[in-house]
Design a protein around this ligand. Structure first.
Ligand SMILES: [Fe+2]
Ligand SMILES: [Fe+2]
Length: 475
């Protein structure tokens, strides 16, 4: 990369053109990133011209520039939100002190771990989604998938920038390892379990971008409060992109539902076999997918009681969602919070010190936010006059992390026996048959303005383009 015009190739607002240390780190990492993209990025897409937005600066004109580009030529940039003058730490033991422009020695290991864990999820989701392009329901959807993929790639760059800039040799090693782990691989998996699951079909993809990218939003919001100012500014900018990912998920599921309820009304039936024969995804199957993605995603927030969470907060590394808007003392010592546990065959609330329960606090904020979209999906069903409601399962359902992990709990929150679980699980989580049916619908529709039979078209196109715009040139 020597002799490269950095600002042209790598749009940035971190003064890359003058920063020799950062340039040297990237000279090594960037070619490895591109070969990771070749190997693990969207399957068979290298030569497509895709109508993508690229961020070339953080101001309103610059952060969303649209045009057709080949994805390997995408200009992955490095952006921090503009600095806030004299920013102060606004929670934890260091409250009122100046925000850190460098990494304090005593917090180095924890900050590195936080950044690596966040960074690992970004390439992981690209790997999980790499085959979906082969079965896209339309050009419009294919373009949205690719947009999400290149932006997850940029989010990896954002975390790698912090590692290269502030963590020296350890940071460079961690940045390499981020390109070496692989989603779902037995001997070198991604760090968090939800990022080792498969995303085998487009219903899974839409559920993933609705639920799991929303976990991303909440983690980024908590990090955007950090006392480590470069982390706060980086994650703030990432949030502008995350909004589109969740839009892809919410509108995607909504369009699947729209198509299903239209068919239910046309055939005047709620018979699953008849609806499947007509090639749409029945509402109970959508509910089971929802149950799966919701429960797997809320595990990502970690154990309900965690001394790490307390340390991260008190030392100023990671705040709460919308920390700045809260009116308490931002120290939380002596305060309590309710977590769930199973006692005598029942799910019960237990008061614990709030500092130890901050994972649960973030999880509960996430759950409130997730319910909003589910209600909007219900309005689509309601408008069609169909007496069926989607629901978010109980927080204790199908949990694998924290104190609830060992218990079997139904979606409505009853503690049940292993035998009842086994008898009912096929009503609650996607079965092999559901997945095979959904997989059987996945064909490839690529003619502009045409959509697969199982999904309704969107209300409008991307960037005010028509729905039948040529979003992808296949060459
Ligand atoms: Fe991301
Ligand atoms: Fe995302």
């Amino acid at each position: 990369m020597s002799g490269i015009n950095y600002s042209e190739k790598i749009p940035n607002n971190v003064n890359l053109a003058e920063d020799r240390t950062l340039q040297r780190a990237l000279e090594h990492w960037q070619p490895n990133y591109l070969s990771w993209w070749q190997d693990m990025g969207p399957d068979g897409s290298q030569n497509f011209d895709v109508y993508l937005r690229t961020a070339v600066s953080v101001d309103p004109q610059g952060w969303a520039q649209f045009g057709h580009v080949k994805m390997p030529d995408y200009r992955w940039g490095i952006f921090l939100n503009p600095a806030e003058q004299d920013r102060k730490i606004h929670f934890g033991d260091h409250m009122g002190e100046a925000a850190w422009q460098d990494v304090p020695g005593e917090h180095r290991a924890n900050l590195r771990r936080i950044i690596v864990t966040q960074g690992d999820t970004e390439p992981a989701s690209v790997e999980q989604q790499r085959h979906l392009g082969l079965t896209a329901p339309s050009q419009y959807d294919l373009r949205n998938l690719f947009q999400v993929n290149v932006e997850e790639g940029r989010h990896l760059w954002a975390m790698v920038y912090l590692l290269h800039k502030y963590f020296g040799r350890d940071g460079r090693e961690e940045a390499e390892a981020l390109l070496e782990r692989r989603s779902g691989q037995d001997d070198n998996p991604r760090i968090l379990e939800a990022f080792n699951e498969k995303t085998p079909d487009w219903l899974s993809f839409f559920m993933f971008t609705y639920f799991t990218d929303r976990d991303g939003k909440f983690q980024l919001c908590a990090l955007a409060e950090s006392a480590f100012d470069p982390l706060a500014r980086t994650t703030k900018f990432m949030l502008t992109e995350e909004a589109h990912h969740m839009f892809v998920g919410e509108s995607g599921v909504s369009r699947v539902i729209q198509r299903t309820v239209d068919m239910m009304n046309q055939l005047k039936t709620d018979d699953v076999a008849k609806l499947r024969a007509a090639g749409v995804i029945d509402l109970p199957t959508i509910q089971r997918y929802l149950n799966f993605h919701f429960s797997v995603t809320i595990d990502l927030f970690g154990a309900d009681q965690s001394s790490n969470a307390a340390t991260f907060y008190s030392s100023g590394l990671k705040g709460r969602f919308e920390e700045g808007k809260r009116t308490d003392d931002h120290m939380l010592k002596g305060q309590s919070y309710k977590v769930l546990e199973v006692v005598d065959g029942q799910v019960k609330e237990k008061e614990v010190p709030m500092l130890n329960a901050l994972n649960e606090v973030l999880r509960d904020d996430y759950i409130t936010d997730s319910k909003g979209g589910v209600e909007r999906w219900n309005r689509v069903i309601e408008k069609a006059g169909i007496p069926f409601r989607l629901t978010v399962p109980h927080k204790a359902f199908h949990r694998n992390i924290g104190s609830l992990a060992g218990s079997k709990v139904s979606p409505d929150g009853r503690v049940i026996s292993e035998a009842e679980w086994n008898a009912k699980v096929d009503e609650w989580l996607p079965t092999g048959e559901d997945r095979a049916y959904v997989a059987s619908l996945m064909g490839r529709v690529v003619e502009p303005g045409k959509f697969a039979n199982w999904i309704a078209p969107p209300v409008m196109g991307i960037n005010r383009q028509p729905v039948d715009f040529e979003y992808i040139r296949f060459n």
